[in-house]
Ligand binder design. Structure first.
Ligand code: NAP
Ligand code: GCO
Length: 266
């Protein structure tokens, strides 16, 4: 039986990594509006505090922590602190991420490893830290923030595409290992969203014209616009709620139709 309650998150503790701003902040705000208790982290204390202030300004009492999601010992301590101070994590969104836009031949192995570390290894580390608590409670939701690059490549983003492609398969594997324990692990694949991460791709040119990549994305998107973080709120709430209890191992692309479209003829 479906009711409004099916989409509510009351009584749930939601951890969104890297959520001082951007997509993570939007997803956390949506969860708060549906009744969840919000926990977030940032690698940088100043930005974490700015995030706390932004949540407060939005009327949200969030719990903020400083933690580098690639540091397994720090993550274990972070999750233990959250479980002690806030409660067991019911919903995990592996959102923290970076990108390096460098042609392969110019990218060092260390630069490649850094992207893999944050965008792929960290979701493994943080998921591994929260799953024991979910097993004890008998339920859990893990949502990995994937990408168009979980399906497509493009010049200069080899590390990012490798990481996000791997994150799609990590999502399916967590589904496979813990589905029987009533833990659902799904992904959200945002299209091109207007956040600080994509700001360089939208910068106005010296003559005031749109960035060539900006024009390219508009032509590749049936919706003929960049996504906003608001566009991700409904899909994120759905995947965190009991309304999606039989959805598992799925990557929900929220891309305005990019993956379905050959692109507008020039
Ligand atoms: P963003 O604006 O660059 O924010 C990324 C967040 O992750 C920041 O708060 C950052 O903290 C945090 N972070 C980075 N490394 C971290 C680490 N080691 N430990 C803890 N926190 C860390 O990115 P966004 O656009 O909101 O994207 C969020 C997620 O969506 C990413 O996984 C991204 O790959 C994915 N995504 C974005 C788009 C898009 O078009 N924007 C589309 C598809 C997928 P600091 O501020 O301290 O660096
Ligand atoms: C890029 C963009 C994309 C977006 C997103 C698309 O340089 O191509 O940053 O990678 O961030 O991942 O889904």
């Amino acid at each position: 039986m479906i009711t409004d309650k099916s989409f509510r998150l009351d009584g749930k503790v939601a951890l969104i990594t890297g959520a001082s701003y951007g997509i993570g902040f939007a997803i956390a705000s949506a969860y708060a509006s549906m009744g969840a208790t919000i926990v977030f982290n940032d690698i940088n204390e100043e930005l974490m505090n700015k995030g706390l202030a932004a949540y407060k300004e939005a009327g949200i009492t969030a719990h903020g922590y400083v933690c580098d999601v690639t540091d397994e010992a720090a993550v274990a301590a972070f999750i233990a602190k959250v479980e002690q101070e806030v409660g067991t994590v019911d919903i995990l969104v592996n959102n923290a991420g970076i990108i390096k836009r460098i042609p392969m031949l110019d990218m060092s192995a260390d630069e490649f490893r850094k992207v893999i570390d944050v965008d792929l290894n960290a979701p493994f580390i943080v998921s591994k830290a929260v799953i024991p608590g979910m097993l004890k409670k008998g339920h859990g939701k893990i949502i990995n923030i994937c990408s168009m690059m979980s399906e497509l490549g493009r010049e200069t983003v080899s590390a990012y595409a490798a990481a996000k492609g791997g994150l799609k398969m990590l999502t399916r594997n967590i589904c496979s290992e813990y589905g029987e324990a009533n833990i659902q692990c799904n992904g959200i694949g945002p299209g091109y969203i207007a956040t600080p991460q994509t700001a360089p791709l939208r910068e106005r040119q010296p003559d005031g014209s749109r960035h060539p990549f900006d024009q390219f994305i508009i032509a590749k998107t049936p919706a003929a616009r960049w996504g906003t973080t608001d566009d991700l709120m409904g899909p994120a709430v759905f995947l965190a709620s009991e309304a999606s209890d039989f959805v598992n191992g799925h990557i929900l692309y929220v891309d305005g139709g990019i993956l379905a479209y050959i692109g507008k003829q020039p």
